[in-house]
Design a protein around this ligand. Structure first.
Ligand SMILES: Cc1cc2nc3c(=O)[nH]c(=O)nc-3n(C[C@H](O)[C@H](O)[C@H](O)COP(=O)(O)OP(=O)(O)OC[C@H]3O[C@@H](n4cnc5c(N)ncnc54)[C@H](O)[C@@H]3O)c2cc1C
Ligand code: FES
Length: 253
């Protein structure tokens, strides 16, 4: 993990309220798929860094996408190429994709799709069956990128304005029998991950399933315990340090 000053290379809107930013680091930092970074503009109103999934990493360039939420993301959206930012990376455990997983189902909802791109583009030699769910067409993004890296891609929206009117979990469950994946990886809002856990249990599907959780964070490095989540055995885990990726049966959703 490194704390570095970086420079904005590119920062542009890619969908309604959603931006993609590439920053250039002063040195190359190795990152694994599903890890995240913590970043701030250094503005006094934004001293605490904000966590975002690392989407791509190439040489000294690192790309992430962010949805406008509050003050921190508003300030990030105003950053121009050449501006200096403060970043800590890589953070978290990331997705550990076993060599034996050849067919992988990828289920993403909303901003949860961003870190999943690091899996489909980064872990080569696998077949990806990807299910993406967005609120509506205007919030959809990265569809071309996922299509290029997936054997099959299904995009659905809550209102049917792009693809079928459905959600990513239902789209996956409908195709499960024809895909029979070796592994499921997922990231999305808590309600989506809860639905995924319930539907897998209901159908008796025991395929290993890794989920990336989102919790409010403070330090991002395991010290403040703001991000604690409950594990199924009653113990606690820090999402920033022990996660953000967990086996779906390991955590309470
Ligand atoms: C591991 C991880 C990966 C994430 N990856 C992405 C991503 O790739 N793209 C994306 O758009 N969003 C992602 N998020 C959510 C993102 O961190 C929040 O939307 C962002 O911090 C909001 O900051 P803000 O200042 O604009 O909002 P405010 O609501 O003003 O934030 C106030 C405080 O709450 C914290 N906070 C608010 N919402 C969240 C949240 N959902 N998760 C964690 N902290 C939060 C902020 O860090 C800040 O300290 C991720 C969160 C986590 C934990
Ligand atoms: S955010 Fe501080 S321990 Fe996780």
């Amino acid at each position: 993990m490194k704390e570095l000053s970086c420079k904005v290379k590119h920062n542009a809107k890619i969908a309604n309220g959603i931006y993609a930013m590439t920053v250039t680091l002063p040195e190359e930092v190795h990152t694994a798929c599903g890890q995240f970074l913590n970043i701030s503009t250094g503005n006094p109103a934004h001293l605490l860094k904000r966590p975002f999934g690392i989407m791509r990493s190439s040489g000294t360039n690192v790309t992430f996408c962010y949805q406008l939420k509050g003050e921190g993301t508003r300030l990030l959206s105003q950053a121009k190429p050449g501006d200096g930012l403060h970043v800590t990376l890589p953070l978290g455990n990331g997705f550990q994709i076993p060599e034996s997983a050849k067919k992988i189902a990828v289920i993403g909802g909303g901003v949860g799709v961003f870190p999943l791109l690091s899996v489909v583009e980064g872990v080569k030699g696998r077949e990806y069956y990807t299910y993406l769910g967005f609120r509506s067409a205007e919030y959809s993004c990265l569809v071309g990128e996922f299509a290029a890296a997936s054997k099959r891609l299904s995009v659905v929206t809550d209102d049917g304005s792009l693809g079928k009117k459905s959600n990513a979990v239902s789209a996956f469950i409908e195709e499960y029998a024809s895909v029979l994946p070796d592994l499921i990886v997922s990231c999305g809002p808590p309600v989506m991950l809860r639905a995924l856990k319930e539907r897998l249990k209901e159908r008796g599907i025991t395929t290993p399933c890794l989920v990336s959780l989102e919790e409010r964070m403070g330090c991002g490095i395991g010290a403040c315990l703001v991000c604690v989540c409950k594990k199924s055995d009653g113990s606690n885990a820090r999402v920033c340090k022990d996660g953000p990726v967990f086996d779906i049966n390991e955590v309470e959703l």
